[in-house]
Design a protein around this ligand. Structure first.
Ligand code: Q9C
Ligand code: ZN
Length: 669
């Protein structure tokens, strides 16, 4: 089991044969640059490499008409002038004598990937293809796309495997209107696309790319458009879109398969997108998607025209698909005003169709669609991209992957625990002297047995802090969890951790001497009421519904965690934590993101047998199990969360969801 990489070098054999500035960016080097990047970083070698085969005409017929397929077939024998004349009949398209062959390989690659994932040969994968597909329609080529690779893959998954819910995430910077048209009235395919829109002034200039378009008939609510009305969207904007729009809907939808229209023209430096998201952002987007559909992700390349960021972003995605930790997200985690307006407009359009959004927006949201903002001047992003990309590369190379991945530390040796492959059981302990020195701070609470557990934990924590170990799970002795947390926090800070995120579940009181200096963000999720003691000391009740739990994770925990940018995360399951196994697994899985995978999960002894294996699995990079049926949060849960968020928003900008466009009285930007 692992990650598939589907490719065929023949897909470099189509190229523009005449002068056309609009089309020349779709060049063969796109594929070779991506592949070279994967090879240089040793990522290709870790994948199961599959050679693409041409899709059959029957498979093309899942989406395209026989007449259109015949038209593309005929381009094989046309001369340059005839090809050029035919190309002009479509918008932003060029044909080459090899187009038919390449386009069939591109579809075939997507189908092979779906087969490999759905038969269980691999967990996930990426098809590196040309030409791209998401603009292509039943009877039309469009925007460099000839056959609709991802749409055909979705039809194939429905037909051959009987899937009933497929999520398509289109993070290419153009609107995949082709996919939208094909599944317009189909409730079994949830299509999410964000795209540069600029109030309709950006290609392909379609009204139907706007947020108010939600699908037809039975398919209402299953088309989700997030139009970006300004260029320059960055990591925080993309993250906010995932946390506040895509993921709530996706969890409620509960897909059996996730297809990604993986275009990287949404990355920094791309001449088409003019956006600012850095390549690591795609590692995080991928990781967030991995909690869906049991991790069954099939990504298919779409656009991406700035070779440097294309190749780095592809590497980030594949690395994450392989289960590697995500590099930290750099930059201010503050979504821009225009992004918040876009997010608000799609939430408003979708709220009638999705319970999860009704929870987020609360009972009284009647904000009318507002007037458009004037356009800001376009900012050049190419030079900025070079600056942003070179230090990034250094960062990637300078940060060595810890030699040991995931470690489990148990106080009671030999507990009947079947650990997942690749996870180590820790043998060593910290020295008695060192441990006693730490414990002396809390003497009364550490008995012999709890001291043995602490010695194990300190050894594991030392490994994480000095870069030998990526992450781990450790047992704490009964009743000693709170005191152990205090020691861990002090140990992290004295080791030079700049920021420590502590997510404490259950009855764990905040250490009394915990400073409020911004080095520790303390978030207690417990049975009691919500309380904001400071911007760094927060308490919230544990929701009793799946809906409430998801809102808490997506709407509170992750915005805080990503906004805080910790270098270590501590997750603690204390007395009466009340978490189900799947909930704990989901939380641990997503908390790997903000600190580059450096996370220590400590679990009170009585829960350890039940939780250690699952936690170790997700920390090791496996997908968490499903939470079960989506149940609407209770009014009390919604209210508690909204009150808490309102108090925290001034400091933690990723929490913001509601930004209706400025009314007629507001000053013009
Ligand atoms: N400057 C894909 O990314 N040209 N297709 C737009 C606006 C067409 C993009 C011109 C862009 C097609 C798959
Ligand atoms: Zn694109």
């Amino acid at each position: 089991m692992g990650t598939a990489l589907v490719y065929h070098e023949d897909m470099t054999a189509t190229r523009l044969l005449w002068d056309d500035p609009e089309c020349e960016i779709e060049c063969p080097e796109r594929l070779t640059a991506a592949l070279d990047g994967l090879r240089q970083r040793g990522l290709q070698q870790r994948c199961l490499c599959l050679t693409a085969c041409e899709a059959s005409e029957e498979e093309l017929g899942l989406v395209h008409s026989p007449e259109y397929v015949a038209l593309v077939r005929r381009t094989q024998t046309l001369d340059k002038e005839e090809l050029q004349a035919l190309s002009k009949q479509f918008d932003a398209v060029y044909f080459h004598p090899n187009t038919f062959h390449c386009a069939r390989l591109a579809v075939g690659a997507a189908l092979q990937l779906v087969d490999a994932v759905l038969t269980g040969t691999v967990h996930n994968g990426l098809a590196l293809v040309r030409p791209p597909g998401h603009h292509s329609q039943k009877e039309a080529a469009n925007g460099f796309c000839v056959f609709n690779n991802v749409a055909i893959a979705a039809k194939h998954a429905k037909q051959k495997y009987g899937l009933q819910r497929i999520l398509i995430v289109d993070w290419d910077i153009h609107h995949g209107q082709g996919i939208q048209y094909i599944f317009d009235d189909d409730p079994s395919v949830l299509y999410f696309s964000w795209h540069r829109y600029e109030h309709g002034r950006f290609w392909p200039f379609l009204q139907e790319s706007d947020a108010h378009v939600t699908g037809q008939g039975q398919g209402q609510g299953f088309t989700v458009n997030l139009p970006w009305n300004q260029v320059g969207m960055g990591n925080a904007d993309y993250l906010a879109a995932f946390l506040h729009v895509l993921l709530p809907l996706a969890f409620e939808f509960d897909p059996e398969l996730v297809l990604v229209s993986a275009g990287f023209d949404s990355a920094i430096g791309d001449p088409e997108g003019q956006m600012r998201a850095t390549p690591e952002c795609f590692a995080h987007l991928t990781q967030l998607l991995q909690v869906l559909a049991g991790g069954r992700i099939c990504a298919v390349l779409e656009g991406g025209y700035y070779l440097e960021s294309l190749s780095q972003s592809v590497c980030m995605m594949v690395q994450t698909l392989l289960g590697d930790p995500t590099p930290p997200l750099l930059g201010l985690m503050v979504p821009c005003q225009s992004a918040l307006e876009s997010i608000h407009s799609v939430q408003t359009a979708q709220v009638p169709h999705w319970t999860s959004l009704q929870q987020i927006l609360g009972p009284s949201t009647h904000s009318p669609e507002g007037k458009s903002l004037p356009l800001l001047a376009e900012s050049p992003t190419c030079e900025a991209a070079e600056d942003a990309l070179s230090p990034l590369q250094d960062e990637v190379y300078l940060r060595p992957t810890p030699p040991i991945c995931t470690v489990v530390a148990l106080a009671v040796p030999g507990a009947a625990l079947a650990l997942p492959p690749g996870v180590l059981l820790q043998e060593e302990s910290a020295s008695r002297e060192e441990t006693e020195a730490w414990a002396r701070l809390h003497k009364s609470l550490f008995q012999d047995e709890s001291l043995a557990a602490l010695r194990k934990i300190l050894c594991l924590l030392g490994g994480i802090l000095n870069g030998q170990v990526r992450n781990g799970v450790a047992a704490t002795a009964a009743l000693a969890t709170a005191a152990t947390l205090e020691v861990i926090i002090q140990r992290c800070l004295s080791h030079g951790a700049q920021r420590l995120l502590c997510v404490a579940l259950g009855q764990l009181d905040r250490p009394l001497d915990l400073a409020d200096d911004g080095r520790v963000l303390w978030l207690n999720i417990r049975g009691k009421e919500a309380a904001v003691e400071s911007m760094f000391h927060i308490s919230t009740p544990l929701p009793q519904t799946t809906g409430g739990f998801l809102s808490c994770i997506l709407g509170l925990v992750l915005p805080l965690a990503y906004g805080f940018q910790p270098d270590v995360v501590l997750m603690a399951l204390g007395p009466a934590h009340g978490l189900q196994k799947a909930q704990a697994a989901l939380l641990a899985s997503v908390l790997r993101g903000p600190a580059g995978g450096r996370i220590l999960a400590v679990v009170e002894e009585e829960s350890i047998l039940q939780f250690a294996r699952t936690l170790a699995q997700v920390l090791h990079g496996e997908a968490p199990p499903s939470l079960g049926p989506f149940l609407m949060a209770s009014p009390e849960e919604i209210q508690a969360l909204m009150l808490l968020k309102a108090q925290l928003e001034p400091r933690w900008k990723l929490l913001q969801v509601a930004a209706p466009p400025p009314g007629p009285c507001s000053p013009i930007a």
